[in-house]
Design a protein around this ligand. Structure first.
Ligand code: HAM
Length: 416
């Protein structure tokens, strides 16, 4: 019996899982501060939500979905992405008001696994539903940028483009089909097949993308309204101090985009997995799913790749503020109530659950990546504990009052 998880999936344990926890917390906190409520929705959905929403011509739908028939004969798909289901849930709610929603959870795509390309991977994301103002695009793009800033991911580039509204896209499509038809003998079979059905997807083709530098670009076919929208998004980003580069080749691999599209690229990672997040506006998606008109914009960020880009440097960071050590079993109850008090006051604290030698308890403190050890022993008679900084080995005797202990830890040992 192998204990390994299925191909392309991971068990994430400490210390790496501590990085995950921090990143997920930072995102949740930031999204809340920007006014995004939480949405929780099924991990599987009816297959046609993705076929229609994401698009039949996309790689995700054609090659990567985990689709199966359930025992009731329904075609079910494990969600390969969030946006189509979030829009479905919004339509199901019957709500007529704008909603700002945030989510986090696993997504599933049957891809060829490699570092940063997993079959089960995590996304966090936001969707701003029911709003067509460029200010919504700016807010969403800025939120992602502030998130990467807050977790300390350096070397980030934001790539920006616009696909225009349906009228602009129609004009662009005609020109693109003519261009692709001219060069079709040079194109892969896959791309040739897409000329008539979904020519924009040729931009996704790794083999053919580089042949498109002279192709008509969506940005050159914008209607006046779409051009004004794009200009306002760029002006808003400038005002917010969010840097970006325009990439006229960026079309994103999903069919639902209109107008703004963007990608967050970690320049430190290999090109194969350096897109650490992406998103855009999808004003037609709700209608494509059979609902009313709901303009919307959002992004999803790939946590597996982000954690990879952060590297292991922070895995040595303390996971506990303190580990309480019982030097004298007669004082175990005192130690237990000290742990309880410190936890109540917000510290991350733990202790061994049963009698162990002091040496074994110090080892446990190290193993658990505690910042300091608090020894409950004879000094308790004098109303004191010994506290040791496990990094420097420096020891001090301080008051056993929880407030004094917290002051000591938070001041890095300067307050006694
Ligand atoms: P996406 O570009 O397909 O967009 O995925 C977003 C991010 O998820 C990617 O940039 C990448 O970081 C991560 N990701 C995708 N596939 C994998 C994989 N196999 N392994 C690891 N990470 C992966 C969307 O999913 C859209 N729903 C984004 C959006 C939201 N657009 C509007 N709202």
């Amino acid at each position: 019996m192998s204990f390994r998880p299925p191909k392309g999936t991971d068990d994430i344990l400490p210390p790496a899982s501590r990085r995950w926890r921090r990143v997920l917390r930072v995102f949740d906190d930031l999204a809340e501060r920007f006014g995004y409520d939480l949405i929780i929705y099924p991990v599987f959905d009816s297959t046609d939500i993705f076929e229609r929403g994401v698009g039949e011509g996309t790689d995700v739908v054609k090659k990567e979905m985990y689709t199966f028939e359930d025992r009731g004969g329904r075609s079910i798909t494990l969600r390969p992405e969030a946006t189509a289901s979030v829009v479905r849930a919004y339509l199901a709610s019957g709500s007529q008001i704008a909603m700002k929603l945030a989510y986090a959870g696993p997504m599933f795509r049957y891809e060829r696994p490699q570092a940063g390309r997993r079959r089960q991977f995590w996304q966090v994301g936001v969707e701003y539903l029911g709003e067509d103002s460029p200010a919504a695009d700016v807010e969403v793009i800025e939120l992602g940028y502030r998130f990467y800033e807050a977790i300390g991911l350096t070397g980030l580039e934001i790539q920006l483009n616009t696909l225009g509204d349906p009228a602009s896209r129609y004009a662009h499509r005609e020109a693109l089909v003519a261009f692709l038809t001219d060069i079709q003998d040079d194109l892969s079979e896959d791309s040739r097949g897409r000329i008539a059905t979904n020519p924009l997807r040729v931009f996704d083709s790794k083999e053919d993308r580089h042949k498109l530098s002279a192709a008509p670009m969506p940005v050159d076919y914008l209607s006046p309204e779409s051009a004004a929208h794009y200009a306002a998004v760029k002006a808003g980003l400038d005002q917010a101090g969010v840097p970006y580069v325009e990439n006229p080749l960026l079309v994103r691999g999903l069919d639902y985009y209109t107008r703004t599209v963007f990608e967050y690229v970690a320049t430190r990672l290999d090109a194969a997995q350096n897109a650490v997040g992406g998103g855009g506006r999808y004003d037609q998606l709700a209608e494509v799913l059979g609902g009313r008109h709901v303009p919307a914009v959002g992004f999803s960020l790939g946590i597996d790749r982000i954690v990879l880009a952060l590297g292991e440097s922070e895995d040595g960071a303390p996971a506990l503020d303190a580990f309480v050590i019982v030097a004298d079993e007669a004082r175990r109850e005192l130690a237990v109530s000290l742990v309880r008090k410190l936890r109540e006051q917000g510290l991350r604290v733990d202790m061994e659950p049963a009698a162990r030698s002091v040496k074994a308890q110090f080892k446990a403190a190290d193993r658990r990546a505690a910042h300091s050890a608090i020894v409950v022993g004879d000094e308790w008679e004098a109303g004191e504990v010994t506290i040791r900084d496990l990094d420097t080995g420096r020891e001090a005797r301080i008051s056993c009052e929880s407030d004094a202990i917290i002051r000591h830890i938070q001041s890095g040992g300067k307050a006694t």
